[in-house]
Every structure is written in structure tokens, then in C-alpha cells.
Design a protein around this ligand. Structure first.
Ligand code: NDP
Ligand code: 2IT
Length: 444
């Protein structure tokens, strides 16, 4: 389609050297063609050109002092991408690979993901190339305080509400919140994923992993299938992976493999999550230790080897582009039936093609991992209302949001004649609401 092609071409020209951003934009825009055709008013209003251009990009210096007294400098980012349906909302990623391209791809994805939750949240993302690995608590605190000393002026409970992502969990959110409160003298819901003692919500820690399993369960139910007795592999061993594992096991699945960036473990008896939690959440150690502690399990150096483990269900929960065409072909050859993305953009465009042409049920990230940000929005609601809901209450809301997302993307795919294509379904269902809001606001 001409309009889509024109916008994509100019995006690549105007934003050179941003391969992840190009990849996410290509996936989204090419699947929106049928909607754009139906709505000529979108082109007349320059809607796509505006949709792919962030409302604001903030880049800043983050100086801090390490334990040896040495001055260190990192790059800080916040991309406030789209506020048409609500305040900017999205996580902060601390990882040495972070650059503008990665933050922009995550921000663009976040707009549609947040729209799919049905809750009033816009899209944003931020982070730093700071590497939390091997740093002392004092170093983490020094970095977080410096990061917030710039970020505070750009965010607010009704403006932009960051949260966690890779390398940013409860500890980091605590230090960031402490510094925000100290500078602004405001105890408000400016960050989500807060601790339960200072305004956090029950279930937020578990939400992304649980949500991933809830939506996959719904897709299975629609096919007369269930998690019971299924073999599952999960990449990563961080926040999303751990709680996806917990919920899948509680539904009777056998999770046989997980990884960290160094290598993967295979446990034919089923992963012992208590051991993983101890290694990862308590000791912040390496997954290699699992094989030393659990009889019958094997550790293999190199994380990508995980995709050679035969399974019924694959849940990529670590990072972008962790499944390429070859890994996808291997998964299909070994009989995978469902792939649901806990991480953001873990499958390359080629890998998605392989899954879709092989009849694998493929649930894309913006639908499958929306449970985290949805529960963040529930945390915001509790903050504004000065309320605290029970675990059961939040969990029930999360489940119903995920079930709704499944049916919305399924219906959108059917409505446009692409039954079972959830990449199209998710992009279309997410985009329509944002487009309507943008049209209503005039040229802004
Ligand atoms: P964590 O930092 O808790 O865990 C990340 C996991 O992925 C770790 O096991 C880490 O291994 C591994 N990992 C990270 N980068 C790489 C890499 N380049 N190569 C190989 N392995 C890597 O992060 P989360 O669990 O929070 O996030 C995981 C994914 O889920 C991300 O894509 C994130 O964007 C997405 N997501 C997170 C949400 C949330 O609520 N937290 C919500 C929605 C999506 P190691 O420890 O060795 O680095
Ligand atoms: O990618 C994501 O959706 C997140 N990292 C969670 C964002 C949030 O605001 O809870």
C-alpha cells in the first residue's frame, strides 16, 4: 500500500542506524494496510507520519561515582511517544545494549500494547546503558538517584509514569521513587512496580508472567486444549520468566528449560522454581548454579541453544530478536504448537513468518505481555483512589483483561479476513483506538 510504504521509507531515511525501530515500525505499519485503506481520512490527517514520530525525546547525562571513587557517566533516555489515550506509560530498561533505537522500538510497541489493555494509558519508554550486573547496592542507588535528578522534571502521576523492565525491578524502583519524592516533596503514583509498603499493588510483580499464561490458556481453550501435561520452554530467568513458569506449572505444565545470557539449563524432571528464585531473586547469581544444585539437570553454555529443546509451548521471556529464522524452524521441526511472547519483539520478522506459515498459534508481545502494564494501570488507579485491593481482586482483573485482549485480537483478525493472524489482530485492534483519539484532538 502506497501510503504505508511512503511513511516507512521516510521513517528509515529520517532515522538511520535504528534497526530495531525500523523492525517494529515495519511489523506494525505493514499489517495496518487494510485499516488505512478503509479510512482515507487517516492519510488526509497525516496520521501515520504523526504516529511514528515521538511527541518528545529526552536524552541526558547520568554521572555517578562508583565504589572505587571513580566518576562514571552513562546515557539516560525517556521517549514520550504518544499521549493520545492517556499519560505516557512504560518501563525503564537498564542494560549495556540500550540505545535510542531500542528505546524507540519499545516505545512504539508500548503505544499499541497499552491501547489493547483497554485502560487509559499512552505509550513511553526509557532507560540507560548502565549495567546493574555486579554493582553494589550503593552503586545502584547512586546511579538511580542521579538518573532521577534529571528525569523528575519530565514525569508526573498524570504526565508520564515509568516502571520496570530489564535490569529495573523492585530495588531500582525504590531508589528512583525515593529520589523523586525527595526532590518534588510529593508522594504520588509517579512510578509503578512500587513496594507494597509505599503504594505498590499486589500482583504487579507476578503480572507479566501470569498474564502471559492467562492469554495463552485462553488461546488453548478456544482450541479445546490446555496446559495440562504440556512441555514448556521459557527463555530468560528474570521477572517475566519466573512468574510465567510459576503459573504454567500451577496449571499442570512441565517447564523443562530456562536461561540467562550465559547459557541454559535443561531439567527433564521439570524446573524447580524455588531453586531458580533463590539463585536469581535472592543471590542475583548465574543460572549455571542450578545444574550444580539439582540432580539430573544439565547446563549448556550459550543461551540460544535453548530453542533446540523439543516442546509444545515456547515462551520467549528475555529480550528482542532472541528467536531468528533458524531457531523458529527448529522449534517447528520439534513440534511446537504455541509461541507466546513474554519479552518485547523476541522473534525476528522472519521467525514470525515461519511460525505463521507452519500453523503455530503465535501470540505477539504487545498482546501477550500486556499484563504487566495493565496491572501498572491498576496500581495507578489504586494510588489515585487511595485504595489497596486484595491479591484476588487484582488477579481477577488481570485475568479478565488478558481474556478480553485475546478475544479482541481474535475478532479484529477475523473482521479483516485474517483469522488466526494475531500480529494483524493486535496491531489493528490497538491502533484503531489511538487513531480515533488522535483524530479527535486535531493536528497536534
Ligand atoms: P529481567 O531483568 O528481570 O530479566 C531479564 C532476563 O533476560 C534475564 O534472565 C537476562 O539474563 C535475560 N536477558 C536480558 N538481556 C539479554 C540478552 N541480550 N541476551 C540474553 N539474555 C538476556 O527483565 P524482565 O523479566 O522484566 O524482562 C524480560 C523481557 O520482558 C524484556 O523483553 C522486557 O521488555 C519484557 N517485558 C517486561 C515486563 C515487566 O513487567 N517487567 C512487561 C512486559 C514485557 P541476564 O541476567 O544474564 O542478563
Ligand atoms: O514492556 C512493558 O510493558 C513493561 N516493561 C511494563 C511497563 C509498565 O509501565 O508497567
Amino acid at each position: 500500500m502506497k501510503y504505508v510504504e511512503k511513511v516507512l521509507k521516510s521513517l528509515k531515511k529520517q532515522n538511520p542506524n535504528e534497526p530495531e525501530f525500523h523492525q517494529a515500525a515495519t511489523e506494525i505499519l505493514t499489517t495496518l494496510a487494510p485499516v488505512i485503506e478503509k479510512h482515507p481520512e487517516y492519510e488526509a490527517a497525516g496520521l501515520l507520519e504523526r504516529f511514528v514520530e515521538p511527541e518528545r525525546v529526552i536524552m541526558f547525562r547520568v554521572p555517578w561515582v562508583d565504589d572505587k571513587g571513580k566518576v562514571r557517566v552513562n546515557k539516560g533516555y525517556r521517549v514520550q511517544f504518544n499521549s493520545a489515550i492517556g499519560p505516557y506509560k512504560g518501563g525503564l530498561r537498564f542494560h549495556p545494549s540500550v540505545n535510542l533505537s531500542i528505546i524507540k522500538f519499545l516505545g512504539l510497541e508500548q503505544i499499541l500494547k497499552n491501547s489493547l489493555t483497554g485502560l487509559p494509558i499512552g505509550g513511553g519508554k526509557g532507560g540507560s546503558d548502565f549495567d546493574p550486573k555486579g554493582k553494589s547496592n550503593r552503586e545502584i542507588m547512586a546511579f538511580c538517584q542521579s538518573f532521577m535528578t534529571e528525569l523528575y522534571r519530565h514525569i508526573g502521576a498524570d504526565t508520564d509514569v515509568p516502571a520496570g523492565d530489564i535490569g529495573v525491578g523492585g530495588r531500582e524502583i525504590g531508589y528512583l521513587f525515593g529520589q523523586y519524592k525527595r526532590i518534588r516533596d510529593e508522594h504520588v503514583g509517579v512510578l509503578t512496580g512500587r513496594g507494597l509498603s509505599y503504594g505498590g499493588s499486589l500482583v504487579r510483580t507476578e503480572a507479566t508472567g501470569y498474564g502471559l499464561i492467562y492469554i495463552t490458556e485462553e488461546a488453548m481453550k478456544a482450541r479445546g486444549d490446555s496446559f495440562k501435561g504440556k512441555t514448556v520452554i521459557i527463555s530468560g530467568s528474570g521477572n517475566v520468566a519466573i512468574y510465567a513458569c510459576q503459573k504454567a506449572q500451577s496449571l499442570g505444565a512441565k517447564v523443562v528449560a530456562m536461561y540467562d545470557s550465559n547459557g541454559y539449563i535443561y531439567d527433564p524432571n521439570g524446573i524447580r522454581l524455588d531453586v531458580i528464585k533463590d539463585i536469581k531473586e535472592v543471590k542475583r547469581g548465574r543460572i549455571k548454579e542450578y545444574a550444580e544444585r539439582v540432580n539430573g539437570s544439565v547446563y549448556t553454555e550459550g543461551c540460544r541453544g535453548i530453542w533446540s529443546v523439543p516442546c509444545d509451548i515456547a515462551l520467549p521471556c528475555a529480550t528482542q530478536n532472541e528467536i531468528d529464522k533458524k531457531s523458529a524452524e527448529l522449534l517447528v521441526k520439534n513440534g511446537v504448537k504455541y509461541v507466546a511472547e513474554g519479552a518485547n519483539m523476541p522473534s525476528t520478522l522472519d521467525a514470525i513468518g515461519v511460525f505463521q506459515s507452519s500453523g503455530v498459534v503465535f501470540l505477539p508481545a504487545k498482546a501477550a505481555n500486556a499484563g504487566g502494564v495493565a496491572t501498572s494501570a491498576l496500581e495507578m488507579a489504586q494510588s489515585s483512589g487511595r485504595m489497596f485491593w486484595s491479591f484476588e481482586e487484582v488477579d481477577a482483573k488481570l485475568k479478565s483483561i488478558m481474556v478480553n485482549i485475546y478475544h479482541n485480537i481474535d475478532n479484529a483478525a477475523k473482521q479483516y479476513g485474517f483469522e488466526g493472524n494475531y500480529v494483524m489482530g493486535a496491531n489493528i485492534a490497538g491502533f484503531v483506538k489511538v487513531a480515533e483519539a488522535m483524530l479527535a484532538h486535531g493536528i497536534v
